[in-house]
Design a binder for this molecule. Structure first.
Ligand code: PZK
Length: 286
């Protein structure tokens, strides 16, 4: 680890270069809500997300190659292939939520997809849609239409990325739904390897990159409770905090409840006991 040089930071993750071909992606236990990283950590959150990502990378390998090379035995670090990342966020939506719902109420469209009239918040779409966004350096990603995305990556690459992202979403959402979790939408990131082949990078189908909804609580017309962050949001709302940095410290019971939700999501989706993952992170790659 001493020879690794820091090359980037996400809100709750760090990126290091191991050598010219390999990066190390490290998931911390930090949690953000309302776009602010809180001062209190959720124990094992980084390991849960790393394990889930590894699980999905393994399961989706037959569909598309990915950057995963190895999981380290700390459970939170992933060695990955260095790629040339595409300059778009690849979002797939099966349900109408977040910025998709916002854009629909304003224009009846999301990223140029004209949708039926009369849809309600959180409603399942007639079919999943690919809704790319720009990668904002700071602030929020901006939804863009097919023409703008194709201008950034090229027509042919756009078509390939769209088809691949829809295929991945169909696979993962079907799998999750059989286990009681609705994968409402997801954000994927792709890159190119040295041969120019499309490779899935970043994290895949984690609660930080996707909306997970408990299927038994799903009601169209309402904002479903977030699978992982609802306790944190409810607690923050109860304080009347103005949602600017710094955020509040979380009390013990909110930390414990939130940790339990992450572990529950991990165990429900992977059918692997979290303790078994802690003892041997590579258990998710079997
Ligand atoms: C890469 N990010 C975003 C994610 C951070 C920053 N396989 C790859 N090859 C080249 N670049 C990237 C990846 C990946 N994944 C990803 N920026 C560059 C990012 C997580 C933490 F600090």
């Amino acid at each position: 680890m001493s020879e690794a040089t820091h090359v980037g930071s996400g809100k709750v993750r760090e990126l290091y270069a191991l050598d010219p071909d390999r990066l190390l992606l490290v998931a911390s236990d930090r949690i953000s809500t309302f776009d602010v990283v809180l001062p209190t950590e959720i124990p094992d959150k980084g390991r849960v997300l790393t394990g889930l990502s590894g699980f999905w990378f393994w399961r989706t390998r037959p569909l598309v190659p990915n950057h995963l090379l190895a999981l380290r035995d700390d459970g939170r670090s992933t060695e990955c292939r260095r790629l040339e990342m595409l300059p778009i966020e690849c979002v797939v939506r099966g349900y109408l939520s977040g910025s998709g719902w916002k854009d629909y109420t304003a224009s009846g469209e999301v990223c140029g997809h004209r949708l039926p009239e009369g849809l309600v918040e959180s409603q399942q779409l007639p079919a999943p849609i690919f809704t790319p966004a720009t990668k904002a350096q700071s602030g929020h990603d901006e939804n863009i239409d097919r023409a703008s995305a194709a201008a950034l990556v090229g027509e042919d690459r756009f078509a390939e990325v769209e088809a691949t992202a829809l295929e991945l979403y169909a696979f993962a959402s079907g799998y999750a739904r059989e286990r009681g979790i609705i994968l409402a939408d997801t954000k994927l990131e792709f890159g190119l390897d040295t041969e120019g082949a499309l490779v899935l990078g970043d994290e895949a189908f984690t609660p930080d990159s996707s909306r997970f909804w408990p299927a038994d609580e799903y009601r169209p017309g309402r904002t479903p409770p977030s699978f992982d962050k609802q306790f944190v949001r409810d607690y923050c709302e109860s304080l009347g905090w103005d949602k600017t940095d710094p955020g509040p410290e979380l009390p013990e019971e909110v930390v414990a409840g939130t940790r339990a939700r992450y572990v529950e999501a991990f165990e429900q989706l992977t059918a692997i006991e979290f303790d078994a993952y802690l003892a041997d992170p590579t258990v998710v790659l079997r």
